[in-house]
Design a protein around this ligand. Sequence first.
Ligand code: PBG
Length: 330
Amino acid sequence: MAHGQFPYIRGRRLRTTKALRAMVAEHNLKPADFIAPVFVMEGKNEKVEIPSMPDYYRYTLDLLLDEVDELQQAGIQSVLVFAKVPDEKKDNKGTEALNPEGLMQRAVGSIKEQFPEMLVMTDIAMDPYSSYGHDGIVEDGEILNDASVEVLSKVAVSHAEAGADMVAPSDMMDGRIGAMREALDEAEFTHTGIMAYSAKYASSYYGPFRDALDSAPGFGDKKTYQMDPANVQEAIKEAKLDEQEGADIVMVKPGLPYMDVIRAVKENVSVPVSVYNVSGEYAMLKAAAEKGWLDEEEVMLETLIGFKRAGADLIATYFAKQASKLLNRK
Ligand code: PBG
């Protein structure tokens, strides 16, 4: 459409001013979109920076509570707790994962006591507790499915007893969501939610996280339970299955290389979809920013809005605090 040589329709008209751009923005980011992962370790009054995750720390529980306070003040409504387990407490049965006085259970209890409004989620998998660094029980070099599901369901109940609002199984065993729902209901935790890591890929982007928890697999890899990066149809299958088994939220993980998977899952389930912007994605941006090659804040926000555009309702990200503070200023 044109009169003379000029177009009637000019896309640039709506981009002219900041006000116009804000008015027609199709997506937006807010602190309540974020789930902040937090790492806790034994000890007192100590925080340790994770070498491959600049500006990100593992905290002793006392200092973690200060951090949660800061997160809450920044407007973040939910944390996802990970505990670093000392080597001597690791075995092949998840014994420490079930300890009512374990670090995870104590951390959840203290956070809920001090910040009752903060939604506390816990990661459920055996790797931080496993002498093999695998997500389930190992026998003859194999990761057992059904035996692992039994233990993991008990872990879910233990976290609920400690006060967790929602459990987040990240183990990728078959049938775990249904089993956990049943176990939680039987223990009368009918309101404890499940956020399923439904489409969790066997990704090399988890490296820095495994540094943070000292949880790298001692032998082999996780390809017999985590998904093949080549597949998207299978992600839909897994997400639908988890929805049927009772998942309240389904998750896609990692984020950036799997934007199409977020979209596909979003279009095939009716529960909220979250994405995990994982440790390796955080490390990539931090490293490039440190070198002065990328503008950290701008690229961070562009990445996060990309997840919303792809179809994510929630974003678990190590940028939660930084992004929230920035958004509060804008
Ligand atoms: C545990 C778990 C992992 C992550 C979250 N939960 C590691 C793994 O599966 O090896 C990765 C998180 C990240 O890289 O940020 N099963």
